[in-house]
Design a protein around this ligand. Sequence first.
Ligand code: NDP
Length: 289
Amino acid sequence: PLTPLTLLGTGAMGTALARVWLAAGHPVTVWNRTPARAEPLAAEGATVAVSAAEAVAASRLVIACLLDDASVGEALDAADLTGRDLVNLTTGTPAQGRARAAWAQERGARFLDAGIMAVPPMIGAAGSGAYVFYSGSAALFEEHRDTLAVPAGTSYVGADPGFAALHDVALLSAMGGMFAGITHAFALIRREDIAPKDFAPLLQGWLTAMAPMVHTAADQLESGDYGKDVVSNLAMQVAGNATLLRTAEEQGVSTELLTPYMALMERRLADGHGHEDTTGLVDLLIEGP
Ligand code: NDP
């Protein structure tokens, strides 16, 4: 028989997850603060609990997919977590993951924190590439990995309950920089006779071609030799920045998304690292001892 589970939170993500577990045949109990948002799942076979405490009592495996860490504390305040396996799919910070793990353990539960690398339509969709980072109790992960793998792939990144959030947020932060670049690129062509739909494949191709540079950076960080395998040295790149800035000016586009990164490049160059590439910027960002 398939593992019964409780899902707290039937927002966009919780609903997508519940549907896939239900379709796979898992007995699913759901709870949502606003009951109307859980009702549609009853028609698909879910049991709707009237309180979070009742939902937690229904299954040993309890999965929370709420707005933020504070809502997890609020929702579970009155629930008895003794003997429960709590999996927190709510996005949070590494410190929140660690604190929530200690909080759950004090209440007698095993705990796994998680970070979802997908948007709701990718959940349960074959070949979507959706997966979830997990960290915390390895025993919990091993015991429930088949159930956890139903809606999305699984990636266990360590016993430190902060690591799932750290991996999640690191990837999301990289995405932020990528989208900043995409935003600037579209702004540059916006007022010209260049169709965004013709430009988009060029942008995708270029970003994809540049993506393997993450491995060069990783090699340099691992070896500590930032001058290794340099193909575009920093001095050349800083000189090139002038062209990027001047083009923005010619096109009437703000440089506000570009300049913070360029300022770091210039600082690193001024420190005498013009023969390296940009990997050393990592060290410039790290604050404190
Ligand atoms: P929604 O805004 O659709 O749903 C939020 C859920 O949290 C609702 O069930 C809401 O209940 C509940 N909630 C909010 N505050 C409280 C509270 N104080 N007490 C109890 N319940 C509360 O968000 P999503 O479903 O999209 O996101 C859920 C989690 O999944 C978030 O942590 C998000 O970062 C993460 N995630 C979402 C992705 C996405 O693309 N949607 C992608 C990756 C991760 P109510 O209906 O009563 O308001």
